[in-house]
Design a protein around this ligand. Structure first.
Ligand code: B12
Length: 373
């Protein structure tokens, strides 16, 4: 599914950001323009988050941008972490403008870092080096941890036998409604209340040059947990919210040792009906800002969703929105669709608690001993 033979797939991150974020934004965009799929992990991430994400995302390399010191230790710790996890095939590169000097570079290369790009390196030169070095790089084939095994299976489309009836919930809705934050809060509740593992398949659009900026991880807090496996997928030209690889990825995940699977679409439009039988429950997430009541007549998911969530209920108009959405759903007559309101950005939001209970209703999740990674 990775097209590793023809496509560059990188994880980028700013370990600690003191405000120097324009380099990573420039580099992410340039990579995407060149057709790369870039999983962006955001700022302030410890080594273990970088290593976990790189393995789960099946990237060829990790790109770090570092402007405020500690780069020698951090870069080398990522190399060591990857090697210890059996993922020494994943390269480590990066830059930090004028903050990384030639002596630092020598130490970093000796510690296993593949390349440091200095201030003044033309973007073209950098992109060509990354493509030449990493496209086609073969993953290591030794013994694998759970995360590495899942990642390899996803890339090889190789299920571990029959699919199992693992509870699977699909989330869709317009961009900016808060789907990712809501999913992260639901994951938090799962981790607190259940044992076992969660898998997340999260989609972002492929844009110019077929590249994609896969940015959902950057807003995830609780999903950076060893009991969570997350894979970011690009839509690769497929419209409707999911990607051409989604069905196969779900088949693989459902053959493995997970207790809950969450699927997030890209931000979708009014006509989108992304989910079929592959999910057990369909959730449509929206904010109170949908325009007039007439707009509610045009949203196809209002006929298909099991739960409609009006998120951002701290905003003006949220009460009216809930009433109007309920009025629209009543027109469906005889369905047991639920309308719920949440404020996902508030930790411990009672609306998210109620949504979690509603979604987990009638699912029996395995409560085996906490698994190892
Ligand atoms: C722009 C800039 C700022 C902007 C940042 C804007 C932003 N949103 O990013 C602002 C004005 C906010 C800023 C502030 C500060 N800055 Co400043 N800043 C710079 C400057 C001039 C350019 C950095 C930049 O983004 N360049 C654009 C990128 C694309 O190019 P580049 O940095 O040369 O990176 C190349 C490679 O390293 C590589 N690369 C970089 N990252 C990555 C990642 C990957 C994955 C890859 C593959 C490649 C790669 O790509 C580029 C190829 O040419 C540098 C000088 C320099 N040359 O480094 C100082 C510099 C980084 N800043 C510095 C300092 C000291 C500060 C301040 C502390 C100043 C102060 N006293 O307030 C503050 C700190 C921020 C804060 N907490 O307020 C020092 C750092 C010294 C050090 N640590 O060793 C520098 C080196 C200036 C200097 N010579 O003193 N800064």
């Amino acid at each position: 599914m990775n097209d590793a033979k023809t496509k560059l797939r990188l994880l980028t991150c700013v370990p600690v950001c003191d405000g120097h974020d324009s380099a990573i934004n420039t580099i992410n965009l340039e990579l995407v323009r060149r057709g790369a799929e870039v999983v962006y992990l955001g700022y302030h991430r410890p080594v273990r988050d970088v290593v976990r994400a790189a393995i789960q995302e099946g990237v060829q390399a990790v790109g770090l941008s570092s402007y405020n010191g500690g780069h020698i230790e951090f870069f080398i710790a990522v190399v060591d972490g990857l090697r210890k996890a059996g993922a020494g095939h994943i390269g480590v590169v990066g830059g930090g403008g004028g903050t990384i000097n030639r002596d630092d570079e020598r130490e970093m290369l000796a510690g296993g870092v593949d390349k440091i790009f200095f201030a003044g390196t033309p973007l073209d030169e950098m992109m060509d080096w990354l493509a030449k070095t990493y496209i086609g790089r073969k993953p290591s084939s030794g013994e694998a941890s759970f995360h590495l095994d899942v990642s390899r299976r996803l890339d090889a489309n190789e299920a571990a036998g029959e699919t199992k009836p693992i509870p699977t919930i699909g989330f869709t809705g317009p961009g900016g409604a808060g789907k990712t934050t809501l999913i992260d809060e639901l994951v938090y509740r799962f981790l607190r209340q259940h044992e076992g593992r969660v898998a997340i398949l999260s989609h972002d659009p492929s844009i110019v040059g077929n590249g994609a900026l896969l940015g959902d991880r950057a807003t995830m807090i609780y999903s950076q947990n060893d009991r969570v496996f997350m894979r970011s997928l690009a839509t690769r030209g497929r419209s409707g919210g999911l990607g051409p690889q989604t069905a196969e990825a779900l088949r693989v995940l459902k053959s493995l040792d997970f207790d809950l699977i969450l699927v997030e679409t890209v931000g979708t439009g009014q006509e989108a009906l992304p989910f079929g039988d592959e999910v057990d429950r369909k959730v449509f997430v929206m904010s109170p800002e949908y325009g007039s009541r007439l707009q509610l007549q045009k949203i196809a998911m209002f006929d298909a969703a099991d739960v409609i969530v009006v998120n951002k209920n701290d905003r003006a108009g949220a009460v009216t929105a809930r009433n109007e959405v309920e009025g629209r759903i009543r027109l469906n007559r005889g369905t047991d669709q639920r309308v719920m309101t949440t404020c996902a950005k508030h930790h411990r939001d009672a609306g998210v608690d109620a949504l979690f209970n509603e979604l987990m209703k009638n699912f029996t999740t395995a409560s085996a001993a906490t698994p190892t990674t």
